[in-house]
Design a binder for this molecule. Sequence first.
Ligand SMILES: [Zn+2]
Length: 384
Amino acid sequence: MPTVADIIHLVEELAPPQYGLPGDPGGLQLGEAKAEVRRVLVALDLTGDVLDRASAAMADLIVLHHPPVFRPLTDLRADRPHNRLLLRAAAADVAICAWHTALDSAPGGINDWLAARLGLSDATPLLETGREKLYKVAVFVPVGYEDTVRQAMGDAGAGYIGNYSHCTFAAPGTGTFKALPGATPFLGRVGELERAAELRLETIAPASRLPSVLSAMLAAHPYEEVAYDVYALENQGPQSGLGRVGKVRDTDGSPAITGRDWLRRCQAIWPSVAASSVAASTTAAPSVCVTAGASRLDALFSSAAGCSGDGGRLVDTAIRRGAAALVTGETGYHDRMLAEEEGLLLVEVGHGPSEAVYLPILADRLGERAAAAGWDVDLEVVLH
Ligand SMILES: [Zn+2]
């Protein structure tokens, strides 16, 4: 049975902590890393309703998007409303973890998913916050097994260079080893020096994929003990950051879309939240509305942006990046004023719905990884 730490490791493969903004708390916030996990609740925020659901489902762990411990706590008095939820969770012996901006920014995370649903092509982060670290992985493989190991590493995310995957380089050589008592060598005999025809198979992997790449490589390699090296590289990895901006086409393939069709595309994403089992609750209710730039509804444009959560502060960036439209969770008065002034078609869907729409995807991805690890874990999504 997996532990809280095991499930956290799975989530961190999907939302590597290095993608989070500096100072954004993430990971385990409450509970015991060694505790066993049978049932997991996936939700946006820590609320009384989420704790009720956790109790009803006998959940051992709640995976949240927004960290409930965000600012340094000055006390844990039970007469403070926010503290009451944390104290109640502690009393219920349920662990809580959260990822926030790491999940927003990570490849395949909320904003990548949103960009795909919005039909953005050549999408890049709207606000660049960093570049992913790259690593070189070099592994020594007996001749004849290089294809198996290359395939496994490539499938796990190694060897991506531009529009190419499974990129490796292989140099032949001779490996030597002497198996000691207790070993069961794939080649040679215990106590004798073995010389094996091997290939030095090298590739690159981004930091977020490195653990999966190494696990896949070790699983595919025939040796009992695998010799491999991992080096940090100075090469620049892919950009990471918040929101996405890209080209947008009409559904018929023409290289521009009208504001009305863009709005329909947004409406097609968020009503799916309303179709959930908690459609009646307030924050999940669809609230797609144009809050600025309505004059653009009949105009054609070919560049647009999306940002989950509070994308108001990216209105200026979206305009500078050439986007004609931005869909986001929420904005402030001055953000809307700026958008109106500059003719940016601004569509708001509500902070919660802009992120909650991804929670079923997160649960599915977690479930697949848990199943692949051989863990029997129940996952339930709470859409607030
Ligand atoms: Zn948020």
